[in-house]
Design a protein around this ligand. Structure first.
Ligand SMILES: C[C@@]1(CC(=O)O)c2cc3[nH]c(cc4nc(cc5[nH]c(cc(n2)[C@H]1CCC(=O)O)[C@@](C)(CC(=O)O)[C@@H]5CCC(=O)O)C(CC(=O)O)=C4CCC(=O)O)c(CCC(=O)O)c3CC(=O)O
Ligand SMILES: NC(=O)C1=CN([C@@H]2O[C@H](COP(=O)(O)OP(=O)(O)OC[C@H]3O[C@@H](n4cnc5c(N)ncnc54)[C@H](O)[C@@H]3O)[C@@H](O)[C@H]2O)C=CC1
Length: 207
């Protein structure tokens, strides 16, 4: 039987939450990059015994990222909403996971899917548009490749279309059903065949 992906996708307002990142090595850099590329104003507290140079450089660009060079202690979990562990010690990762669960915090543990409450995805961004890709943990490399494919495929102008559609959306009168009908009508071309991709988007450049 075909497997299904039962992960539930959400888009978090991370900038309104507090993240605790434990570990500031290579994987720590990747996780911090994922945070600041998507939600640069997020409050991040970093706990690590050692901080690598790349991590220092990235953190220095983001005043909301605070580093404490110290040993992990469960107390740090009390003042955060979400936890990301990126330490090079499986026993410590398991301890952090358990400490987080006792406190009701959601946690991602780098390299240990079975200790994670959530996974990070590969992200395609075109202004307001954001696609998140998951392979159910099967192949992060495939996620990365698909990100590259969609990044090429989707035109940058999509953001202009979305902004124009918002103007139309805000100007529409009538009840909910009329609005939905009208918005469906003016976006119909996007799903019509056999228009080429270019033709589909062309319809919306100047909406
Ligand atoms: C389950 C998950 C949990 C999580 O980390 O959140 C997870 C787990 C693991 N990753 C591993 C390895 C690699 N991870 C990457 C890259 C990314 N990994 C990301 C997410 C996820 N990785 C979650 C599932 C996502 C999904 O469902 O697809 C991305 C999408 C997002 C991000 O991390 O920000 C980011 C791409 C960002 C981008 O470029 O778009 C590469 C490729 C590279 O770096 O080039 C490699 C090496 C090649 C390979 O193994 O494929 C290993 C084995 C470690 C080992 O072998 O020692 C494990 C552990 C395991 O599988 O057991
Ligand atoms: N480097 C990579 O690209 C990959 C790494 N991994 C795995 O991911 C994990 C992390 O890897 P890296 O980031 O490369 O390791 P790293 O050695 O570069 O960084 C580990 C970080 O954890 C911190 N740390 C360890 N014990 C601590 C403690 N008690 N209190 C506070 N901080 C503590 C260290 O100070 C350091 O900042 C490892 O398990 C590794 O095997 C998996 C795939 C790829």
């Amino acid at each position: 039987m075909k497997e299904t992906n039962n992960l539930f996708p959400v888009f978090l307002k991370l900038e309104d939450l507090r993240v605790l990142l434990i570990g500031a090595g290579n994987v720590g850099v990747e996780k911090l990059n994922a945070i600041v590329n998507n939600a640069p104003a997020t409050q991040v507290l970093v706990i690590a015994k050692e901080i690598n140079d790349e991590f220092h450089e990235l953190a220095a660009l983001h005043p909301n990222v605070h580093i404490r060079q110290t040993e992990y202690n469960a107390e740090y979990l009390n003042d955060c909403d979400i936890v990301i562990a990126a330490v090079n010690d499986i026993a410590l990762s398991t301890t952090i996971r358990n400490d987080a669960k006792v406190r009701g915090k959601l946690i991602n543990v780098a390299d240990k899917p079975y200790l994670c409450d959530f996974y990070l995805g590969s992200i395609v961004t075109k202004g307001n548009l954001k696609l998140a890709i998951s392979t159910n943990g099967k192949s992060p490399t495939m996620s990365k490749r698909l990100r590259e494919v969609f990044n090429e495929l989707l035109p940058d102008e999509l953001d202009d279309i979305i902004n124009n559609l918002q103007v139309v959306r805000n100007s529409l009168q009538g009840d909910f059903k009329n609005k939905v009908d009208e918005l469906n009508k003016i976006t119909q071309k996007l799903v019509e065949k056999p228009l080429s991709e270019a033709e589909k988007y062309e319809q919306y450049w100047f909406l």
